[in-house]
Design a protein. Structure first.
Length: 201
């Protein structure tokens, strides 16, 4: 089953919504505690209180559970910072990403999702969609900067956002460096300078 097939196509309310929320929370918790290799339908069923036959019928398997958990990006109301300054917006954005990994409690789930993407094509597809949506929303901070005359017209907003946050993911997740505020500040400053110079136009 593909990620798109595993994800419910509507946004139902009532009991169905509560069931989906319970399953999603259980999936996140199991991933955080045991990783992709330890994620099982049985464990999610026990934690969520939803029978495993229901999980198999609606989600198909663990890859379907992961895809649906990542679909949260399409449903929440998260928006990027809006401080009135391009440099400050970019700094706050990188700090927000960094803060996710600074706390072991919040870092466990996203770290597990990234690890799952290396082992499951469906998880990789879902993770790509998750970050594409986050970057699409974040692009507005660059669009505002263009309007204010802080960066050149024609600047590739998504490229700017991606360049700002990518070093954090690399250094924390791949290189294993401890997250520090300086890590966020350096990335934001470098990309803001490059954007003003027209690098991304």
């Amino acid at each position: 089953m593909t990620a798109s097939e595993a994800q419910p196509t509507s946004r139902p309310g009532g009991r169905t919504a509560r069931t989906r929320a319970a399953v999603r929370d259980a999936t996140n918790a199991e991933l955080a505690e045991h990783g992709y290799a330890g994620l099982t339908i049985e464990a999610v069923a026990a934690r969520s209180g939803v029978h495993k036959t229901t999980l198999y019928r609606r989600w198909g398997g663990v890859d379907g559970l992961i895809a649906d958990a990542l679909a949260l990006a399409d449903e929440d109301d998260w928006q990027p910072p809006d401080t009135g300054s391009f440099d400050r917006d970019l700094l706050e954005l990188t700090r927000e990403v960094l803060a996710t990994f600074a706390d072991p409690t919040t870092a466990a789930a996203p770290t597990a999702f990234v690890a799952a993407a290396f082992q499951s094509p469906s998880a990789a597809t879902a993770l790509h969609a998750f970050y594409a949506e986050r970057h699409r929303r974040s692009a507005v901070l660059v669009d505002r900067a263009v309007t204010r005359g802080e960066v050149p017209a024609g600047t590739d907003a998504v490229a700017v956002v991606t360049a700002a946050v990518a070093p954090i993911y690399y250094r924390v997740l791949l290189a294993g460096e401890p997250p520090t505020d300086d890590m966020a500040a350096r990335s934001a400053r470098a990309v803001a300078h490059a954007a003003r110079a027209g690098t991304y136009a």
